[in-house]
Design a protein around this ligand. Structure first.
Ligand code: SF4
Length: 427
């Protein structure tokens, strides 16, 4: 039996897929990169946008067309919310909500193991799933970036998001097991990305006594990881700006070799009334701006990204302008802009006051252009400066290195010293 894996969505999904893949390998099942050589496909789905689910449908249909014998198991967030649409796609054998390896194995027709340990997980390229690198994913990279999933789920109920429904409440892993996993990853990796669904709330469930262990905050976890593996560069995946506490801020400023100077801080809107409608009660445009300006003043090199939703229900033109003004004011180095799309089960669909599609498209276009201009300006400013590069891709005579501030730098393989982490010149 040959199995092909495909992952949509965030780094938490990539981590989940790697665990499922390992469970298949442990059963002696062969994992293949080419769907044409596969008997079974396991597709890890994402529900974050309408587009991600449309892509899932297209992939499953394509797999069914390409190979008459191939069956597909769909797992993950969109699978958890399936109303029958995914199950009725051609050649779908099973739909498994969530990412439990034993359930996916069973759905594929294999006996589940008694317990599945967490193996170290590699990121096979730099690419954020929403902004693919030119090398694509799963290239021939020497896997020098690893993933460490520190928590799953979320206790918030943002009205545009179905993730909480799909993944459940915040569940944090204990510091000892995370330190052990990071130590194992350090054998073959130069960077570890801390990932999860709402990582800024790491440890809060344990504080309330929902689990065992001593973890209380993300800052405390970072300190433990850095002291256990001081040679490693850690990087935070998406984190709420106002959840960057003083411990994390101090590490970003004082320990740049251990914690990459890069934050991806979801903004979603720069208008407080819209943030309220989104259910994002823990910050305002002012508190978001204040936290990031404070950090930017102290970080001469600082990669800063954000997610923004264009055309959320009820968003007026003036409120869109507030978002554009906030984006202009802050030193973003890239943006991920999402035209609003209704997610099944998410409360925003019941809010009314839909923004006309043409206005949603226009607002998204304006925000994207603003983000692209800021990205170009930041890169131009960094041109010729030194960066702390970690190899994240290697193909066609070129090496791709990712700097601390999330810039890709390409250089000919014969100019590479062969080390996973090395100083690069931004060009
Ligand atoms: S914080 Fe909001 S957007 Fe993020 S996972 Fe939780 S509910 Fe979804």
């Amino acid at each position: 039996m040959n199995v092909y894996f495909h992952t949509f969505g965030c780094k938490a999904n990539q981590y989940d897929t790697a665990l499922v893949r390992q469970a298949f390998v442990d059963q002696g099942i062969v994992v293949v990169d080419d769907p044409d050589a596969a008997d079974l496909a396991v597709v890890n789905s994402c529900t974050v946008t309408h587009e991600s689910e449309a892509k899932l449908g297209r992939l499953v249909r394509r797999l069914a067309r390409h190979s008459g014998r191939l069956e597909t198991v769909v797992m993950g967030c969109a699978a958890a919310l399936d109303d029958g649409r995914i199950a009725s796609l051609p050649s779908v054998r099973a739909v498994v909500g969530g990412a439990a390896p034993a359930q996916v194995l069973e759905a594929a027709g294999f006996a589940a193991p008694l317990s599945a340990a967490s193996p170290p997980v590699s990121l096979s390229s730099r690419s954020h799933p929403l902004s693919p690198s030119p090398f694509g994913r799963g290239g021939t990279t020497g896997r020098f970036r690893g993933l460490l999933k520190i928590q799953d789920g979320c206790d918030e109920h943002c009205t545009f998001c179905a993730t909480t429904i799909a993944r459940g409440a915040n569940r944090s892993r204990g510091i000892p097991e995370l330190v052990a996993e990071a130590t194992a990853l350090a054998e073959h990796h130069a960077e570890i990305v801390l990932t999860g669904i709402h990582i800024g709330t790491y440890g809060q469930d344990r504080e309330r006594g929902a689990g065992s262990g001593t973890a209380r905050s993300l800052g405390e976890l970072l300190e433990a990881l850095i002291s256990a593996v001081p040679s490693m560069r850690f990087r935070l995946s998406s984190i709420e700006a106002t959840e960057v506490d003083d411990t994390i801020a101090h590490l970003l400023i004082e320990a740049p070799a251990q914690l990459a100077a890069h934050l991806h801080a979801p903004l979603q809107s720069g208008a407080n009334r819209i943030l309220k409608r989104m259910g994002r009660h823990w910050y305002t445009a002012e508190s978001y701006r204040a936290r990031l300006e404070w950090l930017a003043e102290r970080l001469p090199v600082f990669g800063l990204g954000a997610d923004i939703i264009a055309g959320f229900p009820g968003e007026s033109d003036a409120e869109h302008r507030e978002t554009v003004a906030l984006v202009d004011a802050l030193p973003f180095t890239y943006l991920h802009v999402f035209p609003y799309s209704e997610r099944p089960g998410a409360a925003a669909g019941r809010l009314g006051e839909r923004v006309p599609p043409v206005a949603i498209r226009e607002r998204a276009r304006e925000l994207r252009e603003t983000g692209e201009a800021k990205a170009r300006a930041y890169r131009a400013r960094r041109q010729g400066e030194r960066g702390d590069g970690v190899v994240c891709g290697r193909q066609a005579g070129q090496v791709e290195a990712l700097t601390e501030d999330y810039l890709s730098v390409y250089l000919p393989t014969d100019q590479w010293n062969g080390r996973p982490r090395f100083e690069v010149t931004v060009r």
